[in-house]
Design a protein around this ligand. Structure first.
Ligand SMILES: O=C(O)CCC(=O)C(=O)O
Ligand SMILES: [Fe+2]
Length: 330
């Protein structure tokens, strides 16, 4: 694990005021951050009018880290209210920040939601939930959330992931490792570029867990025009079905990702932006408090129209019947 600092982009006061005012106006008019066509129209319109400074901060990642931290949003520990007991009980908790995140996401591309996850909301609440302590999902706590590509099982998965911090008293780190920083033998890269194994839907998708249909094999690595990208989720990859050579190359990739992994402990108001084609992310284990002061992140997922960082064969995958909803018409 490396400990160097993540690249930071600092929002200045006027950029913060612009985002906060736009979010406040939408929330005042819509009365909720729950998704509706009217709310999404308002977000698209406000995002289109954001000034150059905000847009500049929302430009693509521009280092091999494959991520950056947006800093400067003023989340107040009292005003934001108690950490919800679970995503299902979050409702409009921190609704203003749902809208700020949606505005940022819309400045970066097209936010997406999943019919089968967190009631189709575009901004998810990531909080520890009783009974989920040992799961491989955002609601866990006691276990290491192993490094993964978000929604790796699906061809419509996000290009970018935004994790906005509402509260993190215990400085619990998100981990992030970029494929652009690993050192692998050419032969291993070639092996991992073969489509050998499927990636199955994760436990956050209750309806997609019936995996009796086709399970397309997908490559772990891919050589794009700008360098290597990856699609990696060992917790949901049936590695036992692969040959020994593939398993050995996969293990070496896993070890390299561990070597270059960074720990990013977010403070309230910071937004970690991860390129989901370059970086796998996870989380260190922690003990949940379950008293309203737990760690609380908000997560938005973004597709970047026209991006060509993935094999075209992905277009033939059916995504295990899970439907992606795009916020804005393209
Ligand atoms: O809790 C975190 O830091 C990351 C959780 C995660 O994997 C996610 O929200 O997608
Ligand atoms: Fe994740």
């Amino acid at each position: 694990m490396t400990t160097g600092p993540a690249p930071v982009r600092q929002l200045d006061d006027s950029a913060v005021a612009e985002l906060a005012q736009a979010a406040e106006r939408i929330l005042a008019d819509c009365g909720t951050s729950a998704t509706s066509p009217a709310l999404l129209r308002r977000v698209a319109d406000a995002a289109a009018h954001l000034g150059q400074a905000v847009r500049d901060h929302c430009r693509p990642v521009d280092t091999d880290h494959g991520l950056y931290v947006l800093r400067g949003l003023p989340v107040d520990d009292v005003e934001v209210g108690a950490t919800p007991e679970s995503w299902a009980k979050a409702g409009d908790s921190g609704a203003l920040w749902d809208l700020v995140l949606l505005l940022l996401a819309s400045a970066m591309g097209n936010p997406i939601a999943w019919e089968g996850q967190q009631e189709g909301r575009f901004v998810h609440n990531i909080v520890p939930a009783p009974g989920h302590e040992r799961k491989q999902t955002g609601a866990s706590s006691n276990v290491l959330l192993s490094p993964h590509t978000e929604d790796a099982f699906h061809p419509g998965r996000a290009h970018l992931l935004l994790l906005g911090c509402m509260r993190n008293h215990d400085h619990i780190a998100t981990t992030a490792a970029s494929v652009r920083r690993v050192r692998l033998a050419e032969a291993d890269v070639a092996t991992l570029c073969e489509a050998e194994l499927p990636i199955l839907p994760d436990d956050a998708y209750t309806q997609a867990r019936d995996v009796s249909g086709s399970q397309p094999a997908v490559p772990t690595l891919w050589r794009g025009e700008h360098g290597l990208t990856l699609r990696f989720d060992p917790a949901y990859t049936p590695l036992e079905r692969a040959g020994a050579a593939y398993r050995a190359a996969y293990a070496r990739l896993e070890a390299e990702l561990e070597r270059v992994s960074m720990a990013v402990s977010l403070d309230p108001g910071e937004v970690l932006v991860l390129d989901n084609d370059l970086v796998v992310h996870g989380r260190v284990p922690f003990r949940a408090r379950y008293d309203g002061t737990d760690r609380w992140l908000k997560r938005a997922s973004v597709r970047v129209p026209g991006r060509r960082t993935r094999p075209v064969a992905e277009n033939r995958e059916d995504g295990y019947g899970q439907t992606v909803i795009e916020a804005h018409a393209v």
